[in-house]
Design a protein around this ligand. Structure first.
Ligand SMILES: Nc1ncnc2c1ncn2[C@@H]1O[C@H](COP(=O)(O)OP(=O)(O)OP(=O)(O)O)[C@@H](O)[C@H]1O
Ligand SMILES: [Mg+2]
Length: 431
C-alpha cells in the first residue's frame, strides 16, 4: 500500500516536472533569436539580391537593409512574426510609393549615415579608375601582427566603400585570409579541383619557368559565392593551400635558376593587372621565397606591426630585406623585359593598439612615437585598436569593414579610415 502511494506520488512529480519542462522549452523556442536571417531578398529599389532582414536578440523589432543601395527600415517584430513577413512589410511600404523611409531608431539612423557616406565615397571613387592594378603586399616576418586581418579588411573596404576592383591573393600556407572569407567545405572543393595558389607554384616547379605564361591564373580566382559577395562583387580571392609550405623548400632547390625563381608571381599576374584596381597579397610570417615572390610582384609593401619594442626594431630589418631583393632584381632587369620597377615601402600600420583611461597605454604610445620619429609619414595616422570583435570576425566570413553591424561601427570606421589613407598613398603618389 505504502509503496503504491510512493509510486503514485513519484508519477505525479514526473508529470508535473515534465509539464513544467515542456512549457519552459516551448517558451525558449518561441523567443525570437534570429540574427541575421540568412536569406537574401531582392531589393525593390535597386533590384539586387542584397536585402537582409536581421534582428537583435531581445529587441522587438527587426531591421531590413539593402546593403547595395542603402535603403533600410525598422519593422516591428513579434514572436510569431517570421522574418519573411518583416520583408513583406518593407516591400509593401516601398512599393506603395515611398522613395525613402523615415527611420525611427537611432541605430538605424547610424546605418543610414553609413550608407550616405558610402554614396559620397562611390562618387569620388568613380573619378579615379586606374588602368592597371597596383600590387601591394602585406609583409612582416613576425607572426600575429595583423597582416591577414588588415589585408582582408582593407581589401573589403576598398571593394565595398570605394568601389575598387580588388583581387586578394592568399600567399600564406596557413590560409588565414582564405578562411576569413571562405567556408572550409568550399575551400575543400577548390583544393580538390586544384584551384589554389599552390597550383601556380607547382606549375612553376614542374615546367621550365619561362613557360609559365601558359598558366592561366584566372582559373584559380574565386569571383562568386563567398558570403562577402552578398555585399560586393568587387572582391575576388585566390585561395591558399596548407601544402604551400612545402613549396618554399622546393623553390629553394630551384635557386640555381637565380632570379627566375622570384618571378613566378610577377609573371602570373601580369595578364590580369588590367582586370583590377588593386591586387593585395597576404604574406606568410617569414621572408622566404614565396614572400620574396610577392615583394617582387608588388609595387608597394605595407608593414603591419604591434606597438611593441621587438616589432619596432624589426622594421629596419624588413626594409633592408626589401632593398636587397630590389638590388638583386635590378641586376636581372633584362629578364623582366625592362619592366622591373623596384618595390617601395608604402606604409607602416600599427595594429592592436590598447587604450587605458588616459588614452593609449604609455609603453605603446612611446613605441609609436619612436617609429614616427624614425619613419615619419610612412606611418599611417590611423591606429587600429585591440578589439575582441576584430578577433572574432573570421568566424562570420564577413569583414568588419563592411558588416554594417552596430557593434562593429567603431572598428568599421577605423578600417575605412585606414583604407582611405591607403588609397591616398597609392593614388596621390601615382604608384
Ligand atoms: N586589432 C585587433 N584586435 C584584436 N585581435 C586582433 C586584431 N588584429 C588581429 N587580431 C587577431 O590576432 C591574431 C593574429 O592576427 P593576423 O592573423 O591578422 O596576424 P598575421 O600577422 O597575419 O599572423 P601570421 O603571421 O600568423 O599570418 C588573429 O587571431 C586575429 O584575429
Ligand atoms: Mg596571416
Amino acid at each position: 500500500m505504502e509503496s503504491g502511494l510512493i509510486l503514485i506520488f513519484t508519477f505525479h512529480l514526473i508529470t508535473l516536472r515534465g509539464e513544467r519542462v515542456g512549457r519552459k522549452r516551448r517558451k525558449i523556442i518561441r523567443r525570437p533569436v534570429i540574427k541575421p536571417f540568412p536569406k537574401l531578398f531582392s531589393c525593390p529599389i535597386c533590384g539586387q539580391e542584397t536585402v537582409t532582414v536581421y534582428h537583435e536578440t531581445n529587441s522587438e523589432s527587426a531591421k531590413v537593409i539593402c546593403t547595395n543601395c542603402g535603403v533600410c527600415e525598422e519593422v516591428k517584430w513579434y514572436p510569431a512574426y517570421a522574418p519573411v513577413d518583416a520583408y513583406a512589410d518593407f516591400y509593401d511600404k516601398l512599393t506603395q510609393g515611398y522613395t525613402s523611409l523615415k527611420l525611427t531608431n537611432p541605430h538605424l539612423t547610424m546605418v543610414e549615415e553609413i550608407h550616405e557616406d558610402r554614396a559620397k565615397l562611390l562618387e569620388q571613387a568613380s573619378d579615379n579608375h586606374s588602368s592597371e592594378a597596383r600590387v601591394v603586399s602585406f609583409v612582416n616576418y613576425k607572426g600575429g601582427v595583423g597582416k591577414t586581418t588588415l589585408a582582408v579588411e582593407i581589401s573589403a573596404a576598398l571593394a565595398y566603400h570605394y568601389n575598387k576592383k580588388v583581387l586578394l591573393i592568399d600567399a600564406d600556407p596557413q590560409s588565414n585570409a582564405t578562411f576569413y572569407l571562405m567556408e572550409e567545405t568550399m575551400w575543400e572543393n577548390f583544393a580538390q579541383q586544384a584551384r589554389t595558389i599552390k597550383e601556380l607554384f607547382d606549375a612553376a616547379l614542374r615546367k621550365d619557368i619561362t613557360e609559365l605564361q601558359h598558366f592561366d591564373i584566372r582559373n584559380i580566382i574565386v569571383s562568386d559565392n563567398l558570403r562577402v559577395h552578398d555585399y560586393t562583387k568587387n572582391l575576388h580571392l585566390i585561395p591558399s593551400h596548407l601544402d604551400l609550405y612545402e613549396i618554399d623548400i622546393e623553390l629553394a632547390r630551384m635557386l640555381g635558376k637565380g632570379a627566375h625563381s622570384l618571378m613566378i608571381l610577377w609573371q602570373a599576374i601580369r595578364n590580369i593587372k588590367a582586370d583590377y584596381d588593386y591586387i593585395i597579397i597576404d604574406c606568410p610570417p617569414n621572408m622566404y621565397l614565396v614572400t620574396q615572390n610577392a615583394i617582387v610582384a608588388s609595387d608597394g609593401v605595407i608593414i603591419t606591426l604591434l606597438p611593441e619594442y621587438l616589432s619596432r626594431i624589426g622594421i629596419a630589418l624588413i626594409v633592408r630585406m626589401i632593398d636587397d631583393i630590389n638590388q638583386k632584381m635590378m641586376q636581372h632587369a633584362s629578364i623582366f623585359g625592362g619592366q622591373f620597377k623596384s618595390t617601395r615601402v608604402m606604409g607602416i600600420i600599427f595594429n592592436r593598439v590598447r587604450y587605458g583611461a588616459h588614452g593609449i597605454l604609455s609603453d605603446q604610445s612611446y613605441n609609436i612615437q619612436e617609429v614616427r620619429k624614425k619613419y615619419g609619414d610612412l606611418v599611417f595616422n590611423t591606429l587600429i585598436r585591440e578589439s575582441v570583435r576584430i578577433a572574432q570576425r573570421p568566424l562570420q566570413r564577413i569583414p568588419i569593414s563592411i558588416s554594417g553591424y552596430q557593434q562593429d561601427r567603431q572598428y568599421e570606421e577605423s578600417i575605412r579610415e585606414v583604407a582611405r589613407e591607403f588609397l591616398k598613398r597609392f593614388e596621390e603618389n601615382e604608384i
